[in-house]
Design a protein around this ligand. Structure first.
Ligand code: GAR
Length: 228
């Protein structure tokens, strides 16, 4: 909270693009209910009128609208105009399942972020959890990154690692990855809003961030000495 008599700092204005359920949108909405969170959502755009995320925006009193994606360029032009008018300074893709027009991506360069349910650059595109299971990886996870023209590419801001369990199917793995998404997306938006991200080519430097030093093992090392 700002001390009494002191005007609170203006919060970063964020526009969110969705296509469906909107649970990542909800995580961002929930984070922004804390007045100390440095960002607020000013507009939610869905390309589908039936997207459940629109009701989440309505419930939170956030401006929202549908822009049908009948044509990529027309969608981009309309979305861009609405976002500019909303005053958005950052656009967050949260389960937005359409490829964006390259002109849109360029005009929002370094102000456009996405969340994807894999440890990029592994498993871009559709069904990343299914891809992870098919590849037999022992860890998957999720990634928040700046958006570049190529699908699911761009400088990485944050990742969370999620171990694959022996009895995982696509849905179980997706559910655990989603729980991690709900933690890293608000964190990544906060870092952006605080001006702590610097893009250096394909890498992102985060001021004040200390990466963990530990390695994770799957299966755990203890197994090797347990005699099983
Ligand atoms: C999330 O898992 C998100 O990472 C994924 O769609 C889901 C949307 O869920 N996005 C992509 O795969 C984009 N390439 P949500 O609507 O509940 O946030």
């Amino acid at each position: 909270m700002a001390p009494p008599g002191k005007r609170p700092k203006p919060r970063l204005k964020v526009g969110v693009l969705i296509s469906g359920r909107g649970s990542n949108l909800q995580a961002l909405i929930d984070a922004a209910t804390d007045r100390d969170y440095p960002a607020e959502i000013v507009l939610v755009i869905s390309n589908r009128p039936e997207a459940a995320g629109l009701a989440r925006a309505a419930g939170a009193g956030i401006a929202h609208r549908t822009i049908p994606h009948t044509d990529r360029q027309a969608f981009a032009a309309e979305a861009d105009a609405a976002l500019r008018q909303s005053g958005a300074e950052l656009v967050a893709l949260a389960g937005f399942m359409r490829i964006l027009d390259t002109g849109f991506v360029e005009s929002w360069r370094d102000q456009l972020v996405n969340i994807h349910p894999s440890l990029l650059p592994a498993f871009p595109g559709l069904h990343p959890q299914r891809q992870a299971l098919a590849a037999g990886v022992r860890f998957s996870g999720c990634t928040v990154h700046f958006v570049r023209a190529e699908v699911d590419t761009g400088p990485i801001i944050a990742q969370a690692v999620v171990p694959v369990q022996p009895d995982d199917d696509e849905e179980r793995l997706a559910t655990r990855i989603l729980a991690a998404e709900h933690r890293i997306y608000p964190m990544a938006v906060r870092l952006f809003a605080e001006g702590r991200l610097r893009i250096l080519g394909n890498r992102v430097a985060i001021s004040g961030a200390v990466p963990p030093e530990i390695a994770l093992f799957n299966p755990t090392e203890a197994l090797a000495s347990s005699g099983v």
